[in-house]
Design a protein around this ligand. Structure first.
Ligand code: GRF
Length: 197
């Protein structure tokens, strides 16, 4: 069998997307494997899940660094030590510096809870309801310096119902995220999709 692509996952919190990715990676036919999970938040729940599944974990607390540049430099060095093919942001709540993004360009991806280019940034579900869109969803995209703006790899749509609260809508989107992120990783790992400048 072909060598599996090596993925490092970056998280800051709950880690439900991490769980979906890890579960997918356990299938024998999966073209990628998770080689490490890194968090900037020592309390991230996702770290426990990773440890329970015997994955290598690391914490790099951004609060212990003088500035964003210093944190990102250390983070890049840590990630490089695993020599990953793909770096997947999964609820990683940090804005990344230009140098970091350039260093990993083409192998750095993110999942965002909206149909980009609509609703970049935070509070996407609440904003979708306020604007009154009929469709909402999630996007997996390559990361470039501009936040939530890189090339789109895959999207999943859900309907927005009149009765939706941000929480109800978030749950419906999240269910799709958990299918979307593994699919996108498979595409990338199988070289079926490539970043182009
Ligand atoms: C997800 O909604 C993801 O789209 C966004 O942050 C959330 C992370 O959730 N980037 P989880 O930590 O994967 O449960």
């Amino acid at each position: 069998m072909k060598q599996k692509k090596k993925v490092v996952v970056l998280i800051s919190g709950r880690g439900s997307n991490l769980q979906a990715i890890v579960k997918d990676s356990m299938h024998e036919d999966c073209p990628y494997q998770i080689i490490a999970v890194i968090s900037n938040n020592p309390q991230a729940e996702g770290l426990q899940f990773a440890q329970q599944h015997h994955l290598q974990t690391a914490v790099l607390n951004h609060k212990e660094f003088e500035n964003r540049e210093a944190f990102d430099q250390a983070l890049a060095k840590l990630i490089d030590s695993f020599q990953p093919d793909i770096v997947a942001l999964a609820g990683f709540m940090r804005i990344l510096t230009n140098n970091f993004v350039e260093h990993f360009k083409g192998r750095l991806i993110n999942i965002h809870p909206s149909l980009l280019p609509n609703f970049a940034g935070l509070h996407t579900h609440q904003r979708a309801i306020e604007v009154g869109v009929s469709e909402h969803g999630a996007t997996v995209h390559f990361v470039i310096s501009e936040v939530d703006a890189g090339q789109i790899i895959l999207q999943a749509k859900v309907s927005v119902l009149k009765t939706d609260t941000p929480e109800i809508l978030a749950a419906r989107v999240l269910e799709e995220e958990h299918k979307l992120y593994p699919q996108a990783l498979r595409l990338l790992a199988e070289n079926k999709i490539k970043f182009e400048n």
